[in-house]
Each structure stands twice: as C-alpha cells, then as structure tokens.
Ligand binder design. Sequence first.
Ligand SMILES: *Cc1c(COP(=O)(O)O)cnc(C)c1O
Length: 359
Amino acid sequence: MSIFTDIQIKLCSEDKKKKKPPDEELVFGKTFTDHMFFMEYKDEKWSDPKIIPYQSFEMDPATAVFHYGQEIFEGMKAFRHPDDTIHLFRPYENAERFNLSADRMSMVKINKDLFVTAIKELIRVDNEWAPRAPGTTLYIRPTMIASEVALGVHPSLEYYFYIILAPVGPYFKEGFKPTKAYVANANVRAAPGGTGEAKTGGNYAATLHEARIAQSKGYPQVIWLDAVEKKYVEEASAMNIMFVINNEIYTPPLDGTILRGITRKSVLELATNLGYKIHEEQLDINKVVNEIETGECSEAFFVGTAASITPVSEILYKEKEYKINDGQIGKITQHLYDELTGIQFGKKHDRFNWMIKIK
Ligand SMILES: *Cc1c(COP(=O)(O)O)cnc(C)c1O
C-alpha cells in the first residue's frame, strides 16, 4: 500500500513568500520557512498528506490538546554540506521515537517512511531556506496534536500531524562555549512510570519553574535528579548529560525517566569507535561533585540535537559551586564535538552512514 507516494503540493504564491534574514542574524526558533507539511487523522485513518503554505490553524476552544495535553514532537536538523547538498541526521531514529512517544500518550502512530519522506519533500520545496553560514542549520519540528473537539478525558479520536522548518543559528548565541548548570532541588522532571521518556509538551512545562530559579542565580541550565531518592543524575531539560571521570565516559542509563536522545546514542557509538570506554550507569550526584573536587571528574557536557555537544563549566549543587576543568573545554568534549559536527556538516567521512542526502 502506498499511502504517501502522492503528497499533494500547494505552493505559496511568490508575493506571499517571506523575506529571508541573513544567515548571520539567525537565532534559534524565531524564523519559519514558507511551507509546512500537514495531514489529518480522522475516521481511524491518516489521509490527504500535503505540503501547503505555512499558515495558522483556526481551532475550537474545546479542542482536546488545549485541555488534556496530548501533544508530541520531534527535534531534528538538516545540514548543508560544502558541496551545497542538504542532509538529514539519522531521521529514522526520530521516526521511531515519535511513535514511542505517541504510544505513551495514547496517540496514533505514523508510518516511518511517510515521516521521513514528508520531511524530505518539505525540505526539497523549501531548500533555499537551508542556511549556509558556519554552524547554521535547518531545524525540523514534526508535531502531533489531539484535534478532536470534545471535553471529557479520553484519547482523542482525531489528530493533526504537521512539520515546520526553522533556519537556525547556533543554539547558544556564544557558540561552542561552556554553560553553567544548576542541580534541581525543589522539583523533579519525571518519575518512574511517568512520561519522562516521551517527547511531550507537558514535560517541558514542568521544568520551567525550577529553570526560573536556576536562571535567577545565573545558571542557564538545570540538571534533574531522580524522583525517588533525589540523588541520581538524570539529564537536563532538553538534553542528556555525560561526564568524563578518569578519562572514561559516564552517562545515566535509559531507565524510562530520561529521553532516549539520538545525540546521546550517537556520541556513545562515536566514543566507542574512537576508543573511549563508555559506561551507562547510575551516577550519584554527591559522588560526582566529590570527583569534580578531586579532579577525577575532569569534564561534563550536554548532548542534544539543538545544541549538539555543550560543555558544562560549573555545577551548583546545594548552594555550592563546583568548577569543572577550571571552566575550560575539556579534550574529550572537544574531540567528540569535532567528530560529530564534522560528520553532520560533511567535513568528515560519515563512516557510520548516519547522514541521508535530500538534495
Ligand atoms: C530532545 C531531548 C533530548 C535530546 O535528544 P536528541 O535526540 O539528542 O535531540 C534529551 N532530553 C530531552 C528531555 C529532550 O527533550
């Protein structure tokens, strides 16, 4: 069955096309391209996949997503290579995770080939929006929302699936520079049996309260601890975390409360390939800060699509500051960053076949 060989394309008229900001002025998530992918689930099936001019939705105030939060999304990037071709990074991993999120939130699945084909077709249409300046990318946001108009808590019978594209500059204005992180002590992000593993909107809303406390103290990022003992490191609000301890790489295991990061998975594969020893195990924050003090823990970094690899220079835990590697970017962090971004931007040989060419 081929439900998707004919994605209808309705192009935006020339006079409605937006003005593209210069690549150098791009920030994260403020500019969107001229088109979007859209498809609706109704009467127990997805139908009418189409690429249409980027547009607003008009929605009934009783639409399910506004009340009960059935919403999931993905975050991916397309990279322009030196020969001007555009490539996706492991998009089938995102398609698979999208369906895991859908399942957890009692939403409907999407054919993985359709998911990837829709992204490719949309980027073909809006290819001129893929920026060229160093470090810039085309960010991709596939999203599903419950669109049934009805109050009463139940899985929605109708959904919208759409994809929007945003040309973006580096996630942090300062580029590849260390950031500081505050260890949460008031709230938790995800509890065992909860929705921590799903990329669903509510998980992010739940982080904002503690993030505001962290920011008021000068820490842009929050490191979350487990909900049971409030002792084991989990991840940041939208990134996974890794530590270098005695020159080996440590990251918390995928135990259901942290997001299954594709950057996390890729960095672990890359690190193994480069000869580093990796450990996926529970990390007691008290032990970690101790090892930072003794110098055994010499590096920490966040990993995620939006900010790729971001070094952590300092951690605030229980009102005490722990400076890592004198605030400098560590050797292993730099090595992994150069390798990963080298492959993504087509400057290093893609020995894992991670990149998929669009155009
Ligand atoms: C998206 C996300 C990540 C990173 O996942 P990637 O696939 O690497 O982008 C990590 N943690 C959370 C909570 C996330 O939402």
